[in-house]
Design a protein around this ligand. Sequence first.
Ligand code: FMN
Length: 383
Amino acid sequence: MPARIINVEDARMLARRRIPKIFFDYIDGGAFSERTLRANTADFDRWALEQRVLRTVPKRDLGTTYLGRRNALPFMLGPVGFLGLYAANGEIKAARAAAAADIPICLSTFSINTITDLRAVSGGELHFQLYVLRDRELAREFLADAVTAGVSTLYVTVDTTITSVREQDVRNGFRALQHLSPGLLCRLATRPGWCLEMLMAGIPTVGILKGHPEFGRGALAQAANLSRGIDPNLSWDDIAWLREQWSGRLVVKGVLSGEDAVRACDRGADGVIISNHGGRQLDGATSAISVLPEVARAVAGRAEVLIDSGFRRGTDIVKAIALGAQGVLLGRAYTYGLAAAGEAGVSKVISVLRDEVDITLALMGLASIDALKERGTSVLRPA
Ligand SMILES: Cc1cc2nc3c(=O)[nH]c(=O)nc-3n(C[C@H](O)[C@H](O)[C@H](O)COP(=O)(O)O)c2cc1C
């Protein structure tokens, strides 16, 4: 099946056919009118790439340093909830694909497999994403597990203190899901391959809640209760609190302005991730790529700047690096691959984007990602 994936959109179309509509729409959709979702991809067109010819660049080096490590590629797998519902043991499959490509993966709080499960099967670079809960003791427990699993980098996601409305999810009844009703079972049965895989893997649960029966039974009820536990009053003081709790690298995910990026640095963050949650939260917010120059300028020399939201092509990644990002996080792109074809699907999406970045560098006359970082915006033109 991965042979039929020649770009990320192919993976998306295969995912649509393979997994139940209720889950595909959850991955694919954005908030309200989906303006920000569309802007995230469209705004890459604001910049054109400089074509340079007759420079010899026989082999390009795509390796580069971000988040404390030299990674084989300028992009990594970001935190996406419920990977284990799109493919059995989805988090483990994605982690294996990331390790094989020598890039980091960040595990979401909302995962079926735990960080301990991932460490058991992967020697790769593991990061962990935390939603800060009102129950700070529980948050501390999650952090202790991450330390034991050798997590180097903690992401605190700050753009989701309340969940926005994704209208397709409302229509599908996704947000009201608590248990498997007869109606839902009928809808799931339209994807027999996925059903069989899930049945063989057993009833999924939110891994991090093992030992916490108060959150209910089964992934759907647990997720609903865990969502309700996210602290809606999170403030900059809590970032300072988290800084005290976590001695590893700390990055704040969900920053969309230079001023907030500076605040994150002032509270001790080592980096920021420019993100609008893939257009799933504040509809009408700016695209991530359009604020990258502002954020990079604001924290230059103080913190690492990474970015996600809307990355579907190697050219998108090259533009972000030229505009000052140290690295790029994939969200839906690899999730489509996972939903389409499991671990092989994730690996395929990674290799498709690797090839696209490689070809783009070659045609720009650039020998490496590090050379691209050095040239910066000088390789871009207003489109
Ligand atoms: C299905 C889905 C689930 C997500 N779950 C989380 C999550 O649990 N934690 C988090 O920090 N971000 C989460 N995100 C946001 C991603 O980390 C990332 O910001 C976003 O997907 C980037 O946009 P893109 O998908 O257009 O690349 C999720 C995104 C999707 C599509």
